[in-house]
Design a protein around this ligand. Structure first.
Ligand SMILES: Nc1nc2c(c(=O)[nH]1)N[C@H]1C(S)=C(S)[C@@H](COP(=O)(O)O)O[C@H]1N2
Ligand SMILES: [Mo]
Length: 183
């Protein structure tokens, strides 16, 4: 009797251990896709039907690397606490460095444009986004950045640290980012 229970417990444990990585891989949708000059594509080229929301934004591509949340987390979560003048309080962000996201996609291009769900696009030279504190944040104050809030991702950097960005405004900090184009 006891042996039977123990055997069942062991089997359940093995099933759980096997199920967890599979669930992470299969149940996680892409949240940010890097397209354009991408040397390490991991998904098919643009398809007007399947890529309905890219199509809505007139975004097409032959090469793209799509990142799930766990894939972004695996690049190394960094922390930065920032405050801009129009924010009600400082925010503690976590996410991978943008340069690590671009490297993982094999991005090779001089310009980087982030596109948000609402169509807002912020363009930068790739060189301007290499800093340690330029994060593709996916978490704010301990909470995952959600769609409907500022998620799925928020490009953040400290005031005055990105060449070409005015220090007194967060206008380049694109939130609701789902697409990064490299040219
Ligand atoms: N997705 C998205 N991100 C955006 C914007 C936007 O309209 N959409 N506006 C930018 C500008 S111009 C500013 S000043 C800041 C703050 O805008 P908010 O107060 O409307 O959030 O977000 C920046 N990021
Ligand atoms: Mo703005």
């Amino acid at each position: 009797m006891l042996a039977k229970v123990m055997a069942r417990l062991a089997a359940a444990l093995v099933a759980l251990v096997l199920a967890v990585p599979a669930a992470v891989a299969a149940d996680s949708a892409a949240i940010v896709t890097v397209t354009g000059a991408v040397a390490k594509p991991n998904r098919p080229a643009f398809d007007a039907f399947g890529d309905g929301f890219f199509n809505f934004h007139n975004i097409t591509f032959s090469k793209a690397h799509a990142f799930t949340r766990p894939e972004l987390e695996a690049l190394g979560m960094q922390s930065v606490t920032l405050r801009y003048g129009n924010w009600p309080a400082a925010i503690s962000f976590r996410g991978p460095r943008l340069r690590d996201v671009l490297a993982a996609a094999g991005a090779a291009g001089g310009s980087v444009t982030t596109t948000a769900l609402d169509g807002y696009a912020a363009a930068f030279s790739a060189a301007a986004l290499q800093g340690d504190e330029v994060l593709l944040a996916i978490e704010a104050d301990g909470q995952p950045l959600a769609v409907g809030g500022r998620g799925p991702a928020w490009l953040v950097f400290p005031p005055g640290t990105v060449p070409g960005q005015a220090a007194d405004t967060d206008s380049g900090l694109a939130w609701a980012v789902f697409h990064i184009k490299v040219e």
